[in-house]
Write a protein that binds this ligand. Structure first.
Ligand code: XMP
Length: 510
């Protein structure tokens, strides 16, 4: 398979660059700038992309790389900091400009025949975000584009296949960004585009079969996207040799446990073990209202129930999990330790042993996992499932958790989901759900005064969940949802809408 290396110098768009390369059907992997040259040589890459980064190349403590990388005969494209770095490495001049260039800027291509500007308009808009800039390039390098504030906005050494762009081709604001990256991949690196989800499925199924042989595989299925897609792939590879263990702690959204069971038992060939243990969890949570304590109990009990079930499986074989690529990337920001602890996140009890761990999705980004899921025939509803916290509704019921409260919340939340699905507004939201704050308020129903539950609706828009905006759902939709919840859900007499962004709020209420 053809591979591109994205060499990470700490830029915020490193993963986006790799995703854009893959959008062009070329496989890309990300390595930190600390990776030894020998490893790069062994990687057999068709091209290398230097990412951006927040530093200045002339600061010696900034990320640098040995100049030999430019002499491997592998095409190189430097983006932003990467562009300045190449210039600095080959003896060009980099300077700090008086004014930063930030946002959408007009670019003029000055060398129309440049391979990377093929079919790109002479004048177009690019996304810039820099203060330093390349001032001069040494002999052998040609300037290929400029902006008003940046006379060397792109350069190249055609013979050595070294290219630099000061702007960010990976962001959608750059009008011809996709085309420029594609030109680099296909015209300069000579890629053919062999990264396709169909072939990923075929290749993975084949290698899973080889690895697993006639042994068994156990997978913990949560009903989330990643473990579901991993289950689908493993089922295709080894059928009944796969056992999926699904612990339903009774804190899922309404009917979700049944939906997961039905999907996997009817669509896929596998052994499916569902452990229904709502009562066990409710007992363990009796009288507990502290959020941290609740989380802890749910986590601990889950661990116990899950591993007790695994112990019952006579023939254990391999253990599979749905780890995806962003969980495994060691970036150029020096977060290797963090990644390591994350990567080994499944702590196994000492008395349970497996031949090995299998992570069939560990090279995929989330959007690729979803594409694989769709191709495997996993229902759209599961593949596009919104994030759902491990402790489930446990973090959406404030105070003590009881069976009655779970039921009220599930019913209210179901109405919200149903209404959003019917009016199609769900596609505008990153996450939406109901919360039961455990507050009763006075209401009136017919001639009677009521004293019943308040339900809150939470809906957010966000790209990364680190920050989030409360969603501006149209009033008529909110009105309909509120009306339906108070009419259809017993023990709810008031509905409020959470208009807090993150920060200062969090997405969940806890
Ligand atoms: P917060 O509430 O921290 O949530 O703004 C950010 C995102 O993380 C999800 N979330 C969790 N996911 N286990 C998870 O797998 C958890 O314990 C957990 N708590 C919060 C939350 O739903 C939101 O998408």
């Amino acid at each position: 398979m053809e591979k591109i290396l994205v060499l990470d110098f700490g830029g915020q768009y490193n993963q986006l660059i790799a995703r854009r390369v893959r959008d062009n059907n070329v496989y890309a992997e990300i390595l930190p700038y600390t990776v030894p040259l020998s490893e790069i040589k062994e990687g057999n890459y068709k091209g290398i992309i230097f990412t951006g980064g927040p530093n200045s190349v002339f600061d010696m403590s900034s990320p640098h790389y040995t100049k030999e990388i430019l002499e491997l005969g592998i095409p190189v494209l430097g983006i932003c900091y990467g562009c300045q770095l190449i210039s600095w490495m080959v003896g060009g001049n980099v300077e700090t400009a008086e004014q930063s260039e930030y946002g959408k800027i007009d670019l003029t291509v000055t060398k129309k025949q440049s391979e990377i500007f093929a079919d790109v308009d002479e004048s177009s808009v690019v996304w810039m975000s820099h203060t330093d800039r390349v001032k001069t390039m040494p002999a052998g390098f040609e300037i290929t584009a400029k902006t008003e504030a940046c006379p060397i906005a792109a350069y190249e050494n055609e013979e050595k296949k070294i290219y630099g762009v000061q702007f960010h081709p990976e962001v959608t604001h750059t009008q011809f960004g996709f085309k420029i990256l594609r030109n680099f991949l296909y015209n300069v690196c000579g890629c053919h585009g062999d990264w396709k989800m169909d072939s990923f499925i075929d290749d993975t199924v084949k290698s899973l079969r080889e690895k697993i042989g006639d042994k068994k595989v156990i997978l913990g299925l949560s009903g989330g996207v990643d473990s579901s897609v991993a289950a689908g792939l493993l089922s295709r590879a080894v059928g009944k040799q796969l056992t999926c263990v699904f612990v339903d702690q009774g804190l899922m959204r309404k009917d979700e446990g049944d939906f997961v069971e039905k999907t996997f038992t009817s669509l896929f060939d596998m052994n499916f073990v569902r452990v229904n243990c709502q009562d066990h969890f409710i007992n363990a949570l009796k009288g507990v209202s502290d959020p941290e304590q609740k989380r802890k109990i749910i986590g601990t009990e889950f661990y116990k129930v899950f591993w007790d079930e695994i112990r019952k499986q006579a023939d254990k074989g391999f253990f599979a999990q749905g780890t995806i690529y962003p969980d495994c990337i060691e970036s150029g920001k020096g977060d290797a330790d963090k990644i390591k602890t994350h990567h080994n996140k499944v702590k196994m009890p000492d008395d349970v042993e497996f031949i090995d761990i299998i992570e069939p999705l560990s090279s995929l980004f989330k959007d690729e996992v979803r594409a694989v899921g769709e191709k495997l025939g996993i229902p759209h509803e599961l593949v596009w499932r919104q994030p759902f916290p491990g402790p489930g509704l446990g973090v959406r019921i404030i105070g003590e958790i009881t069976k009655e409260k779970i039921e009220i919340l599930q019913n209210a939340d179901w109405v919200l989901r149903d209404e959003m699905a019917k009016n199609g507004y769900e596609k505008n939201l990153a996450q939406f759900f109901c919360v039961l704050p455990g507050v009763n308020t006075v209401g009136v129903m017919g001639d009677h005064r009521t004293y019943d539950n308040l339900v809150a609706i939470r809906a957010v828009t966000t790209d990364d969940f680190m920050t989030a905006d409360w969603a501006k759902i149209p009033y008529d939709i909110l009105a309909k949802v509120s009306n339906r919840i108070t009419n259809e859900v017993k023990h709810v007499n008031r509905v409020v809408y959470d208009i807090t962004s993150k920060p200062p709020g969090t997405v969940e209420w806890e």
